[in-house]
Design a protein around this ligand. Structure first.
Ligand code: ADP
Length: 176
């Protein structure tokens, strides 16, 4: 069981906009109108049709997720989720980040996505501590994959070698 579960997870270093998966997850902000970091990269690659669709959605609360098409991205769908801004740890940041992963998996299952790629939500401009965020990402993924057999592959796309190393390290802890 554990081995089969591990085989459904992949950790790579790279750019999420290039991923050929059914759905990529965007670390968006509550406006859903684009921003810096991974959000900016996704909007630039997807093209202006993405912004037109997110405008119609009209925003998303922290911890929730909304689905759009992928337009010019190789991915068919984008799941936009809004991570918490780290402000010391007493504002439900852990629970809100866990909700991002849970709600993203829920959305992926609803649209029938079988392969899904995640960035490291909240650890850039939103300053969530890397190790804590990675633990939440991998623990929530473990629970969601155990509960849902329909998702065959989850790829964590690490932007830079530091993020990649941290995911490898935490993966060994969470999956042994
Ligand atoms: P947040 O506001 O949720 O912190 P950021 O986009 O600032 O979102 O950062 C989240 C993570 O996404 C960081 O680890 C950042 O390095 C990474 N990132 C930035 N661009 C890309 C990209 N093109 N593909 C994958 N990850 C990216």
């Amino acid at each position: 069981m554990e081995k089969e579960l591990r085989d459904r997870i992949e950790i790579v270093e790279g750019d999420i906009t290039k991923m050929e998966v059914d759905a990529i997850v965007n670390a968006a902000n509550t406006s859903l109108l684009g921003g810096g970091g991974v959000d900016g990269a996704i909007h630039r690659t997807a093209g202006p049709e993405l912004l037109a669709e997110t405008r119609k959605i009209g925003g998303c609360p922290t911890g929730e997720a909304r689905v759009t098409k992928g337009y010019r991205l190789p991915a068919k769908w984008v799941i936009h989720t809004v991570g918490p801004i780290w402000s010391g740890g007493n504002r439900d940041e852990d629970e809100l980040l866990a909700s991002c992963y849970r709600n993203s998996f829920k959305a992926a299952i609803e649209i029938g996505a079988v392969t899904i790629a995640f960035p490291s939500i909240s650890t850039g401009a939103y300053r969530f501590p890397m190790e804590k965020a990675t633990n939440i990402a991998l623990s929530e993924t473990k629970s969601s994959l155990l509960a849902n057999q329909s998702i065959k592959k989850v790829v964590f796309v690490c932007f830079g070698s530091e993020v990649y190393k941290k995911y490898q390290e935490v993966f060994r802890e969470v999956f042994t």
